[in-house]
Every structure is written in structure tokens, then in C-alpha cells.
Write a protein that binds this ligand. Structure first.
Ligand code: GLA
Ligand code: ZN
Length: 664
């Protein structure tokens, strides 16, 4: 049971059940092949029923029972659910919403992240848990809190925000200038005048408030890390379960001090779109640029969506393998069994309200068996290194979200518009911070990288100068780090690289025809009119057709030779077919080809071992229907044990795990 990969698990809340029931739960877990459970993340009132009275014995007994069954434990710190005795004693712990209302007890994350009484109580319970369980041989990792998400508007938070601004800007003159506060007489003559933004506000203020929220959570997280880390035995990791594309704070900053990133993956209504979920996995893998955990995922259905339909039979198994191939070390279902009362009675579980396995249990058991059997094969493997990277920036994202200029211009959708046509061809892509180093990539895409800083410009220049390819897209390099417009045409300091400047940008009420060298289609939502800069090696590769007059016949996409590299500026937001053709061409010219082409809905992922050992190919049919793929080489299929080649049939949601038979 010492494996580090292909963990299968569930969230388990023994505190909801009489202790006599635990052995039966654990027997069923063991039979299902679970290798890990997460416990404790909302158990504060059971762990500390009154101030300073710790009750850890029950948790220790649960950990021991699991250990005896060969199941490892991840412990959550319970701070997302401050108990009633605490909020009663210190009502100032309750967060205040944007309308000035204190939140109620009885939900979760009802805390003000900056409340000193909360900090003290959190540090105390985390420290006590760390002392008791930090060296426990069966506790392999910790999750801090649960899905940080609350924003507090209390007076204390406002004062701290003002302090943060004073510290950052030094003088009010500097702040007033950066935010152009003369606009609408916003000029501040005292720090205490500055509000927490509610709704649309000054863009500079809004961006700083997001940074302040990030900073507040960072401090809260650090306080827990400091209480925890000194007591952990070597090798025990600390994580937080993020929520994929959730935009509440800068996840790169939040991940810095964690050992591992993890995330909670829910489909909600409908079915899994593997290209979208693949991007979310890449996003989370990009937080720490290493393997991650899927700390929660739905066993069948959720309880909070418009239609809480179940995943189709086999779909969750395909999803679990998909997560693994994108770098997940573990997949944990939320949750094992629904509590008889409490807010989430109807959420999907593995065991039903009667304590008996649900039909879904069979799927878990199958995965449990497969994961256990194939763990040695996957040990030490990681997704094959990507040659393509997409840059992601929370600040640019917020700035676009606050002022989309077109209702349907969505930052993440625009990023996915570049991710999907590449991933659909089984070409590995990383999604990384716009501030990450770009070594090792041949193609870098900067979708709507609105906010441009000196360091980013330098990194992008040296990337292109090394003979690589850069794609800039609409809205790139328009603003500075104060969310102020740059006093230059887009792409501002990158114009020299791009060889073009944006003469004007247009939100589109109707699609505009675009004719390119390699495609013809339309631009939708957005169009930028490009103009060649004198004395550059720029070639227009697409033009707009007739539309609003301003765009007619103008340049839509151009490519520039800069040093030994190429820079594309894409002013159009192409339709899907045109986008696929454009991307195909860029990749082809960069010498990036898929290792294996598969029909739509079928994914092929390659994993490699660091020492250059065996390559693993995983092919997943994400479609509820049979599919055929063509294998160019004979392979050993590890789930069935057969050797296969040529035409291979995949069942609906079928998965095959291959190593080449001709190279070993
Ligand atoms: C979140 C939480 C869990 C649970 C699930 C239900 O991800 O972290 O505690 O509420 O949602 O989908
Ligand atoms: Zn507050």
C-alpha cells in the first residue's frame, strides 16, 4: 500500500455515524479498492466541542481502522466550518456580505478571513491536530480548509485594505495618479476614504481589491502552514482543494507555499466535455508545475445543479483515467455516504442512505482493481512534456471580466478556444502562469493577455529570440499592472515583436467574414484592425471582408519574423473551423505533430518516465458509443493483457492502456 500514484478514494465523515458502523464502511471501501480517504475538513465541532476541549480519539480510531484495512488518510483542517460556540463567543468572526449583512451560522466558510479571533482559534485547532497526527504513519497529506471562496466586506477588512494600499502606494498622490481618480472626482485625500468596491468601480481599485483578497487568504493559509509544518514527518504534503477555473483570487500566489495543488472536479448537469476538463487539469497542474490530486469528484450526480443527472455508466471511469493521464496522482469521490440530515442529502455517493452499495459502487470497484493492478506501471510516470504553452493570468482575466465590452467575450472561453483545437489533436499543451519561465516550449499562446509588465515583455522577447513562435490574440498588452490603459496602441511594448499595431478594436454584433491564406471563415464577438509597422518583416495572413466599413479589407491576422522567431498577431476571434485550420497550420510549421490521430471524442495521452523508460499510451473513448482507432504499431494492452495492433475497437467510455510491443 505504499504506492504514490493511481490512488482511488473518497471523502469520509465518520463523525456522522455511530462508531459501530465504521468497520462495515471500511470493509466496503476495502472491497472497492479504495487506497485513501480524506477526513476531518468540516469536523471542527466534533474535534473541539467546546473551547480548548479537544476530542481527537475518535479520529485516531478511524485512522487506525483504515490503516488496518490498508487505506491511507488525508486530513483536512476543519477551518471552513467554525463551530457555533466560537461564532457565538466572537460574533465578529462572521463575514459581512456586500450589502453589509452579517452571514448566518449553519452554512460554511462563514468566516471573515481576517478576523483575529478566528485566526487564533484556527491556529490552535490546526496546531493541536498537527501535534496529534502530524507524525502518524498513516496520514500522508493535509488539506488546508476547504475551497476558499468567501469575500468579506466588514469594517475590519476595509481598514486592512486601506492599510494594504498605503503600504503599497506610499502616498495618496501616487494612488490617485495610477487610478486616474480625477475621473468622476474620485480623488482621495485620506486612506480611510477608500471603499471596498461593490459592483463596477474604478478598475485600479477593483484590481487592488482582488490582490488584497489573495493576500488575505495567503496570510490565513500561512498561519495554518506555520501551525502544521513543524509537526509533520518528512514527506507529508500540504495542499488546498481549489475549484478549477474559480476566479476569486490568484491561484498561482496561493499555490506558492503549498506542496501540491489539488482540485474539486464537478460536471454538474450534463456530461463531461473532456477538452474542457483536460484544460482544467492542465490549469491545476500548472499551479505547481507538477502532478496534482483530484481531491473531489462526483460519484454519479451532484445535488446543486439545475438537473442533477447521473454520469452515464462508464463515464466516471473514463474520467478517472483521463485525470490520471493529465497528471493526477489520485481521484477521490465526494462522498462515501450521505449524512441522514444536513444540506447535501441528495448528492451522489458510493454507498446509499441505507448503508448498501449503490449501482455506482461497481464502477468504483472496477477502477479500484485497475488502479491497484496498474500502479506499478504508472509509478514515476508523468504526462509527456508539452511543446505548447498557453499563458494564463488572473489579473488579465479579472480585467476582461469586469469590462468584457461584449457580453459574450469570456476570458476562459477565449483561452479554451486556443486549447481545444490543439488538445483535440492529442497534442500536449500546458496552461501556465503568464509569469512562468518559457524554457522548453516551441509555441506559446497569450490569449487576451491584457496586462503587460516589463518582466513579461523581457521573457516573451527572449522566448521569440530563441527561434520560437508566439501567438498574441485580441486584447493583448493593452493595460499596465494598475489596470490603467497603456498610452500606446496594442500590443504596446510588444508591437515591435508583432510588427503590427491595433488601430482600433470592435465588439461585433454580427460576424465579420475573414479570408485567410489557409482558411476562410468569420470573426465573431471581436475584431481588431491591424496596421503594419514600418520596417518590419510582417506578412498579413488574413483580411476582413465587408462589414462595418472600418474593417473592410483590413488586416485580421499577421505574422512577423522577429530575430529568429515568429510572432502571430491574431486580431480576429475565429469560428471553430477556421480556428482549427489556423492552429493546424501554425503547429505544422512549428514541426509539432500528433503522435496518434483519433476520431472526435477519443483522446490519446502519452506518459513518460523521467529516466526515459517505457512510454505509456492511454486511449480513452469519451463518447457513449463504440469507436475505432488505428494503432500504427503493435502494443501490449495492460487492462486486458492482450497484444493488439491495427484497428482497435473501443467500447462506449472504453479505456485502453498501451505500451509498444515493438520497442521492448
Ligand atoms: C464542494 C465541497 C464538498 C461538497 C461538494 C458537493 O466541492 O468541497 O464539501 O460540498 O462540493 O458537490
Ligand atoms: Zn472581514
Amino acid at each position: 500500500m505504499s504506492r504514490t500514484v493511481l490512488h482511488l478514494g473518497a471523502a469520509y465523515y465518520p463523525e456522522h455515524w455511530p462508531e459501530e458502523r465504521w468497520p462495515e464502511d471500511i470493509r466496503l471501501m476495502r472491497e472497492a479498492g479504495l487506497s485513501v480517504v480524506r477526513m476531518g475538513e468540516f469536523a471542527w465541532s466534533s474535534l473541539e466541542p467546546a473551547s480548548g476541549e479537544f476530542r481527537f480519539d475518535w479520529l485516531e480510531r478511524a485512522i487506525t481502522l483504515l490503516e488496518e484495512a490498508g487505506i491511507l488518510t488525508v486530513l483536512g483542517t476543519p477551518t471552513a466550518a467554525p463551530p457555533a460556540w466560537l461564532t457565538q463567543a466572537y460574533p465578529e468572526i462572521f463575514a459581512v456580505d456586500e450589502y453589509g449583512r452579517r452571514v448566518q451560522h449553519g452554512n460554511r466558510c462563514h468566516y471573515c478571513v481576517n478576523a483575529p479571533a478566528f485566526h487564533a482559534a484556527a491556529a490552535r485547532i490546526v496546531g493541536a491536530m498537527a501535534q496529534r497526527f502530524g507524525k502518524h504513519p498513516n496520514v500522508i497529506g493535509w488539506q488546508l480548509d476547504n475551497e476558499y471562496n468567501r469575500v468579506c466586506y466588514c469594517d475590519r477588512c476595509r481598514r486592512l485594505f486601506q492599510d494594504y494600499l498605503a503600504c503599497k502606494y506610499g502616498t495618496l498622490e501616487a494612488l490617485n495618479e495610477r487610478w486616474t481618480t480625477a475621473y468622476w472626482s474620485q480623488t482621495y485625500s485620506g486612506w480611510e476614504q477608500i471603499p471596498i468596491p461593490i459592483g463596477g468601480h474604478n478598475p485600479g481599485l477593483m484590481l487592488e481589491f482582488k490582490r488584497f483578497v489573495t493576500e488575505s487568504y495567503r496570510k490565513f493559509q500561512r498561519l495554518q502552514l506555520e501551525a502544521l509544518r513543524p509537526h509533520l514527518r518528512p514527506g507529508v504534503w500540504v495542499t488546498h482543494n481549489f475549484m478549477g477555473w474559480y476566479n476569486g483570487y490568484d491561484h498561482y500566489a496561493m499555490s506558492e507555499e503549498l506542496d501540491l495543488a489539488s482540485w474539486d472536479w464537478y460536471v454538474g448537469s450534463g456530461h463531461n466535455d473532456y477538452l474542457n476538463s483536460g484544460a482544467a487539469h492542465e490549469l491545476v497542474r500548472g499551479f505547481k508545475r507538477r502532478s496534482f490530486w483530484v481531491m473531489e469528484t462526483q460519484p454519479g450526480c451532484v445535488n446543486w445543479s439545475a438537473i442533477n443527472n447521473a454520469l452515464n455508466r462508464g463515464e466516471a471511469r473514463a474520467m478517472a483515467w483521463h485525470a490520471v493521464t493529465h497528471g493526477a496522482e489520485a481521484v477521490l469521490y465526494w462522498q462515501w455516504r450521505a449524512a441522514l440530515n444536513g444540506q447535501e442529502q441528495y448528492h451522489g455517493t458510493i454507498v446509499d442512505q441505507s448503508g448498501q452499495p449503490r449501482p455506482f459502487y461497481e464502477e468504483v470497484r472496477r477502477l479500484g482493481e485497475e488502479f491497484a493492478r496498474l500502479a506499478p506501471l504508472f509509478e514515476g510516470s508523468a504526462p509527456a512534456p508539452a511543446r505548447v504553452a498557453i499563458l494564463h493570468c488572473y489579473e488579465s482575466r479579472w480585467a476582461v471580466e469586469w469590462q468584457p465590452h461584449h457580453r459574450d467575450f469570456d476570458y476562459v472561453a477565449h483561452l479554451l478556444h486556443y486549447y481545444r483545437p490543439i488538445a483535440a489533436r492529442n497534442i500536449p499543451v500546458d496552461i501556465i502562469s503568464a509569469d512562468a519561465p518559457l524554457q522548453g516550449y516551441k509555441v506559446v499562446i497569450a490569449p487576451a493577455l491584457l496586462i503587460m509588465t516589463g518582466t513579461r515583455v523581457e521573457e516573451l522577447k527572449s522566448f521569440v529570440a530563441r527561434g520560437n513562435r508566439l501567438i498574441l490574440t485580441p486584447r493583448c498588452a493593452m493595460k499596465d499592472e494598475y489596470n490603467a490603459l497603456l498610452p500606446a496602441r496594442q500590443p504596446g511594448p510588444l508591437a515591435e515583436l508583432a510588427g503590427v499595431e491595433v488601430e482600433d478594436y470592435y465588439a461585433l454584433d454580427e460576424p465579420v467574414p475573414v479570408k485567410g491564406n489557409w482558411f476562410s471563415g468569420v470573426s465573431r464577438l471581436w475584431a481588431e484592425r491591424l496596421k503594419k509597422i514600418e520596417q518590419t518583416y510582417t506578412t498579413p495572413i488574413a483580411h476582413y471582408g465587408p462589414s462595418n466599413g472600418w474593417l473592410d479589407g483590413q488586416i485580421a491576422i499577421a505574422v512577423n519574423v522577429w530575430r529568429t522567431g515568429l510572432v502571430y498577431y491574431v486580431g480576429a476571434y475565429l469560428d471553430d473551423a477556421a480556428q482549427q485550420a489556423f492552429i493546424n497550420r501554425v503547429l505544422l510549421m512549428a514541426g509539432i505533430r500528433p503522435e496518434l490521430e483519433t476520431p472526435p471524442g477519443v483522446e490519446m495521452r502519452k506518459l513518460v518516465k523521467a529516466e526515459g523508460g517505457q512510454e505509456i499510451f492511454v486511449i480513452i473513448n469519451h463518447v457513449n458509443g463504440e469507436q475505432t482507432v488505428h494503432l500504427p504499431w503493435p502494443a501490449r494492452e495492460h487492462l486486458s493483457g492482450f497484444t493488439i495492433k491495427g484497428e482497435v475497437r473501443l467500447a462506449p467510455y472504453g479505456v485502453i492502456v498501451l505500451t509498444r510491443a515493438d520497442t521492448t
